[in-house]
Design a binder for this molecule. Structure first.
Ligand SMILES: NC(=O)c1ccc[n+]([C@@H]2O[C@H](COP(=O)([O-])OP(=O)(O)OC[C@H]3O[C@@H](n4cnc5c(N)ncnc54)[C@H](OP(=O)(O)O)[C@@H]3O)[C@@H](O)[C@H]2O)c1
Length: 397
């Protein structure tokens, strides 16, 4: 018997791919006439800050969002020339955006509601703490801190100062991810049992300076902290968040690290995360590598009655396939494809704006507990892999 194959598309605007039918994602939005506008300050002017701002400036209506919108009002850099260049290149030279030659200038700016932090990992703690103390809401790049103790300290500070705080795990807010979660928890595939995910990239380690953030242990270099959040986010989504798990932390974490002789940071890391404390018994096998070119395997979530395969790249996948199984036989296969204007960083910005508008201290999609699971897992893998940061790098231990 031939298996049934179904293709469904999400696209914004819908007419871009007329062949697609039936499935159209709409962000949750209350009835409002004018959008709530969040005013952003950008901290640092590196690679990912420009990606984020480029998406932030995409008209939200292109993704059916009419309840929130974004303004960039300030950019802070260690040099004012760099902030000015950044505004010229990525914000169309908008003269209303203030360029600062320090991060402190952005934190003190009354026209900034929320700051986006995109400095190297080991600076996140002090940058975020300064922002929180200035009563700014914070969206902080992954990994949110160097270790779990720093994160716990930041969460306490955010609570004390009454501000919203979130790690910029952008994948969690993309429409594809929301759909995978729905299917995963609907029960049609039964309970999740196992998950495999890998993220690898060739960082050309022999070509870049040892002071590059990927190699420098003082900047939290290595594969785990840089690439590890992406395989892990699928385990958190499919296993940690699954109702059978009832919010339990992993029952076991094991990891192994292969270090580069260049600087001693991890170049290849594999780790397993097991959930077996409540009604879920499932294991994730995860890996990340900094020296493998374009090795994108995607992610596979395996259930009692089928599997979901998420296409690479797993930080911003554009399609996934659900296979329904009877024994070893595929009885039905469904592929869903997603397209939108922009790269996908704007969905997390919309979430921040909605949370700030609604007076929330954390997101219900990527809440503080999930960042804590992530940082606790990373601490344990680094402990087992004997990867220690140089003295003084961790501000809280
Ligand atoms: N979400 C994602 O997909 C994604 C992708 C890549 C990276 N990231 C995360 O974003 C963060 C930044 O990564 P990136 O690739 O954008 O790095 P990057 O290009 O090196 O930019 C980092 C910026 O931080 C500032 N900075 C402050 N102190 C620094 C120091 N001691 N050394 C180097 N830079 C310093 C610099 O900006 P100024 O000179 O303007 O101050 C620099 O341009 C990392 O935590 C990374 O994990 C996220």
């Amino acid at each position: 018997m031939p298996i049934e194959r179904i293709y469904i598309g999400y696209t914004n605007p819908p007419q871009y791919i007329p062949a697609f039918t039936g499935y159209h994602y709409s962000a949750p939005q209350p009835v409002m006439t004018k959008p709530f506008i969040l005013r952003w300050g950008i901290i640092s002017t590196g690679r990912i800050a420009n990606c984020f701002v480029t998406d932030l400036l995409v008209d939200p209506e292109t993704r059916d969002v009419t309840d929130v919108a974004h303004n960039v009002t300030a950019v802070g850099s260690r040099s004012v020339q760099s902030a000015e260049k950044f505004i010229a290149e990525y914000a169309k030279g908008d003269k209303s955006i203030k360029a600062y030659g320090s991060y402190a200038g952005v934190f003190a700016d009354p026209n900034v509601d929320a700051v986006y932090i995109a400095t190297p990992h080991t600076l996140h703690y002090e940058n975020a703490l300064d922002a929180i103390k200035a009563k700014k809401h914070v969206l902080c790049e992954k990994p949110v801190t160097s270790n779990a103790a720093e994160l716990r300290s930041l969460l306490a500070a955010a609570k004390e100062h009454g501000v919203f705080f979130m790690e910029a795990l952008w994948t969690r807010f993309q429409p594809l991810t929301l759909e995978v979660k729905k299917i995963s928890e609907s029960g049609v595939l039964g309970a999740p049992l196992a998950l495999q995910a890998d993220l690898s990239d060739d960082f050309q380690l022999n070509e870049i300076p040892k002071t590059h953030r990927a190699l420098d242990p003082a900047l939290g270099g290595g594969a785990l902290l840089d690439l590890g959040p992406y395989p892990l986010i699928w385990a958190i989504l499919a296993l940690y968040e699954h109702p059978y798990n009832q919010g339990a932390a992993p029952s076991n974490v094991s990891g192994t690290m292969l270090k580069t002789p260049l600087t001693g940071v991890d170049c290849n890391t594999s780790f397993t995360v097991t959930f077996a404390k409540r009604e879920l018994a499932a294991q994730a096998i995860l890996s990340c590598n900094m020296n493998i070119a374009s090795y994108h395997t995607g992610a596979v979530i395996r259930y009692e009655k089928g599997m979901i395969t998420i296409a690479a790249p797993i930080y911003c996948p554009k399609s996934f396939t659900v296979q329904y199984l009877e024994g070893n036989k595929v009885t039905k296969e469904e592929t869903r494809q997603f397209e939108y204007v922009g790269t996908g960083w704007h969905f997390q910005a919309d979430e921040v704006a909605r949370c700030v508008r609604d007076g929330k201290s954390e997101s219900s999609l990527w809440g503080h507990d999930k960042s804590l699971v992530e940082m606790d897992v990373f601490d344990e893998v680094r402990r087992q892999g004997n990867y220690k940061f140089p003295p003084g790098v961790e501000k809280v231990v």
